[in-house]
Ligand binder design. Structure first.
Ligand SMILES: Cc1cc2nc3c(=O)[nH]c(=O)nc-3n(C[C@H](O)[C@H](O)[C@H](O)COP(=O)(O)OP(=O)(O)OC[C@H]3O[C@@H](n4cnc5c(N)ncnc54)[C@H](O)[C@@H]3O)c2cc1C
Length: 569
């Protein structure tokens, strides 16, 4: 049932419960503040009263979000889970992306900070924050409680080729600086064979404190502000639950933290009259117009610019030894021995993240502009047997699936071009108040494109050394350049779901021509108590999947925000 927000005020209101939101809410609460965490989506993990599950999980406290072998379900049935207002895949449930993602978990190498971030956020500044994250969420390469890894034939065959080419196998998070010519097992934030991460660490400590409050199914429409001072947020209840009305921060000293994700935070800012004038005019012309903050109060900042994502390029190989496991079938028609092993002992293939990720490989390529670029290669076994009853239309949301359907012995390896890229895009907002990619950030200059091609050329040589393998794509007669050119530079074809950058952190105040939306304390320029803490503040992309880095940023931001004096009133 939807209900009106009570009149109580909070020292901090945090908007969004994703990788950024949960950790910062916990740290602010740990410091003794009253904290309200607002999430527009429903509960996800069974731990927090989530209910979405296949029949074989009925009667347990587990949901689809908890069991690693079901993580693929996001690509089959994303209704009520994926955001419906972003135009790209993102999780809109309790936990955001860290409830729906593949739980890949990487300690960032120093260059992720040093190449991308401003002063105060370099690797030396971030070390303590990264350490805190990995103390609370160590991650594992062996999710099954019996310590075994299942169906590793793909990993084994490919790693032989890598060894022959001189690559070194490492335990990735013990050797996080070694990101060139290395490989290892996929590392996940899984514990006791269940999704762990912020939902099982930061959120648990926060929820145990009396002054911490969580409202799910509660969306923030806008930040209510008087000039540069936020007084509260306006709410809309969702899914016939949650709260509506306005909730205020503690008068004078209270603060609002926007952690709604790269698309969600931009939207909250636009609707609060913060952003480029062209987009604020779109909001003004929308259903928001009549109640939007007056134009003379608008703050002109480059929200939505500097959009980034890993550039994804898929290659596919096949090998007679590779074993495909039907993780999609695990939802509706599971193998009883596998569900039994999972439910009784937390062992077996369903403890592994679908569709059996690994090896993960790292290389580096210097672009023609002299900038070193990091590449992460992510292998998965998602070949489909056409004789099984899972029609391809189930997969329409997956960008890379279509060509692999007939191969059950296929391994798809995605090349992620990351840290060091210089192409950037832009997101905007429509008159229906949906955010969307208006300029895709992929391969917008020759240095990024050349790096993708050079990286692929090299990997083609390396993998051709794997005995018994055959190429599916690129075909052996195709040049790498022709192959790369054949894949559109669009989110549908290149997207990696690792969006960053719409509210960039930096010293160059965006109100006066700079590129930054928030200052070095993550405070929005022109505001005295409004902050952004999530993937949107990243100036550039990480080497690997970004969630650990986002949580480290939340740790650092908490430290800086707590050290700031309240504005004088
Ligand atoms: C399918 C998929 C797979 C991925 N795989 C991996 C992986 O394996 N490893 C990895 O490290 N990263 C992965 N990622 C990326 C990672 O999950 C994201 O980068 C990360 O979650 C982003 O964190 P965030 O805090 O910026 O935003 P999010 O985690 O997206 O959180 C934002 C939250 O804010 C809520 N929200 C939005 N607007 C409002 C509003 N107005 N009011 C209230 N609440 C609001 C949303 O519902 C959401 O819960 C994946 C992402 C996806 C989508």
């Amino acid at each position: 049932q939807c209900s009106a927000a009570p009149a109580q005020t909070y020292d901090y209101i945090v908007i969004g419960s994703g990788a950024g939101g949960i950790p910062i809410a916990d740290r602010l609460s740990e410091a003794g503040n009253s904290v309200l965490l607002l999430e527009k989506g429903p509960p996800s993990s069974g731990r927090w009263n989530g209910t979405m599950k296949p029949s074989w999980l009925q009667g347990t406290n587990l949901t689809r979000f908890d069991v690693p072998g079901l993580f693929n379900q996001i690509w089959v049935d994303s209704g009520g889970v994926a955001c419906d207002d972003t135009g790209v895949m993102a999780g809109c449930v309790l936990g955001g992306g860290i409830a729906v993602n593949s739980a890949l978990w990487w300690k960032p190498p120093s260059r992720d900070w040093d190449v991308n971030f401003p002063k105060g956020w370099q690797s030396a500044d971030m070390k303590a924050s990264v350490d805190k994250v990995f103390q609370r969420i160590p991650g594992t390469t062996n999710p099954s409680t019996d310590g075994k890894l299942y169906l590793q034939q793909g990993f084994d065959r490919v790693s032989k080729g890598l060894d022959a080419a001189g690559f070194k196998q490492v335990i990735p998070n013990d050797h996080n600086e070694e990101k060139n010519l290395t490989y290892g097992h996929a590392t996940f934030f899984i514990e006791h064979a269940e999704r762990h991460g912020p939902l099982r660490s930061y959120l648990e400590t926060a929820m145990a404190r009396p002054k911490f409050t969580l409202w799910t199914n509660t969306m923030v429409k806008r930040v209510v502000r008087t000039g540069g001072h936020a007084t509260g947020v306006e709410l809309e209840c969702k899914n016939s639950a949650g709260k509506s009305g306005t909730v205020n921060v503690t008068p004078g000293t209270g603060r609002v933290i926007v952690s709604a994700g790269t698309f969600g935070s931009a939207k909250v800012l636009f609707r609060s009259g913060i952003g480029p004038t062209d987009l604020l005019n779109v909001v003004k012309g929308s259903s928001d117009g009549a109640t939007m903050i007056a134009q003379d109060q608008w703050i002109n900042l480059p929200v939505g610019y500097n959009l980034n994502d890993h550039v994804g390029t898929d290659i596919q190989i096949s090998h007679p030894d590779i074993v495909f496991y039907d993780f999609y079938g695990a939802w509706s028609n599971p193998i009883k021995a596998d569900t039994d092993a999972y439910l009784k002992n937390r062992t077996g293939i369903l403890t592994q993240v679908a569709p059996n990720l690994g090896p993960i490989i790292w290389t580096q390529v210097k672009g023609s502009d002299g900038i070193q670029r990091s590449i992460q290669w992510q292998a998965r076994i998602e070949g489909r047997n056409k004789s099984k009853s899972h029609p391809p239309h189930h997969l329409t949301k997956t960008p890379f699936e279509t060509t692999v359907l007939t191969y059950i012995d296929a391994m798809t390896i995605t090349q992620y071009l990351g840290c060091g890229t210089t192409s950037r895009g832009r997101l905007d907002i429509t008159s229906q108040l949906n955010t969307r990619v208006v300029t895709a950030p992929y391969l917008r200059n020759s240095s990024d494109k050349d790096a993708v091609i050079a990286g692929l050329d090299y990997m083609r040589t390396v993998l051709s050394g794997v005995s018994g393998m055959s190429w599916i794509t690129p075909t052996s007669g195709q040049t790498t350049t022709a192959f790369v050119n054949s894949i559109p530079a669009t989110p549908a074809s290149r997207g990696s779901n690792h969006w960053t950058g719409s509210a960039t952190i930096g010293e160059a105040d965006g109100r006066t021509g700079g590129n930054a939306v928030v200052d070095l304390d993550t405070k929005v320029y022109g505001m005295d108590n409004l902050f952004v803490v999530d993937a949107s503040i990243f100036p550039g992309i990480t080497t690997g999947n970004p969630s650990a880095a986002i949580i480290a940023v939340a740790e650092r931001a908490a430290e800086r925000i707590l050290a700031l004096k309240a504005p004088s009133i």
